[in-house]
Ligand binder design. Structure first.
Ligand code: SAM
Length: 216
C-alpha cells in the first residue's frame, strides 16, 4: 500500500484540527464509537488499548470497571483528551500516552482488546498499524476497527480517488481498500457492519489470530 501520508503531515494536520475536532467530528462519528464500545462488552479489569484516541471523545463511554490506555501521535489532540479525563473524572482511563501506533512500546500480548476508530486511513502505513495492534493484543483477543474504506460504487470510488491527492492536507486518505489490509494480517473477521451517516463507515470486529511471540 503506497504511503501518501507521513508522520509530519499527520501531526501538522491534527495540530490544526485539535481545536475544532469535537465540533466537526464529534456528533457525526459518535454512533460508531458507541457501537464499538457496546460490542467490546468489557469485563471488570480487562485492559483495552485505544490507538489514535484523539481528543478522547470515546473515553466517557467506557464502563468504569474497564481499564483503558489511549495513545496518539498528536500532542495537541492528547491535551484535549487529558482535559476531558480531568473534567469527567474518568477513573477507567489508566493512561494517555504520546506514541506512534505503528511502533508501540508495549510488550506483546499486553491488552485484552484493541480498538482503532477512524485511524487506519490516517496512519502512513495501515498494514503496520494492524500488525502492531495484533502484536500488543493477547492471542484470541478482540480487535475492533471503525473506518471508511474505499467504496464499491464506481462514482463514489472515482471521487475518493480524486480527493486522495489531498490526503496529506486532509490528514486522512479517502480511498483505503479493505481487503489488502485484512489479507495476511492474522485478523479473523468475526463481524462486519455499517455505521454513521448513510452507513458510509464500517465497523469490523476481528479475532486476533496472531501468536504474540511470532508477531513480536
Ligand atoms: C480521525 S482522528 C480519530 C480520533 C478518535 N479515534 C475519534 O474517534 O475521534 C485520527 C487520530 O489518529 C491519530 N494518529 C494518526 N496517526 C497516528 C499514529 N501513527 N499513531 C498514533 N496516533 C495516530 C491522529 O493524531 C488523530 O488524533
Amino acid at each position: 500500500m503506497a504511503a501518501r501520508l507521513d508522520t509530519a503531515a499527520v501531526k501538522a494536520a491534527y495540530r490544526r484540527y485539535a481545536r475544532v475536532y469535537d465540533l466537526l467530528f464529534g456528533a457525526i462519528f459518535q454512533p460508531g464509537r458507541r457501537r464499538v464500545i457496546r460490542s467490546l462488552a468489557c469485563r471488570p479489569g480487562e485492559r483495552v488499548l485505544e490507538v489514535g484516541v484523539g481528543t478522547g471523545l470515546s473515553l466517557p463511554l467506557y464502563p468504569r470497571h474497564s481499564r483503558v490506555v489511549g495513545i496518539d501521535l498528536s500532542r495537541d489532540m492528547l491535551e484535549r483528551a487529558r482535559e476531558r479525563v480531568r473534567r469527567h473524572r474518568l477513573e477507567q482511563v489508566e493512561a494517555l500516552l504520546e506514541m506512534d501506533a505503528e511502533r508501540m512500546a508495549f510488550a506483546a500480548g499486553t491488552f485484552d482488546k484493541v480498538v482503532a476508530m477512524y485511524v487506519v486511513s490516517v496512519v502512513p502505513h495501515p498494514e503496520r498499524l494492524v500488525a502492531e495492534m495484533c502484536r500488543v493484543c493477547k492471542p484470541g483477543g478482540d480487535i475492533f476497527i471503525v473506518n471508511h474504506f474505499s467504496s464499491s460504487h464506481p462514482l463514489l470510488r472515482a471521487s475518493e480517488g480524486m480527493f486522495s491527492r489531498f490526503a496529506g492536507k486532509m490528514g486522512f486518505r479517502p480511498d483505503l481498500p479493505l481487503e489488502p489490509l485484512l489479507e495476511g494480517s492474522g485478523l479473523q473477521l468475526v463481524e462486519a457492519g455499517r455505521t454513521n451517516l448513510f452507513g458510509y463507515w464500517r465497523m469490523l470486529r476481528c479475532r486476533n489470530g496472531c501468536r504474540s511471540e511470532l508477531a513480536a
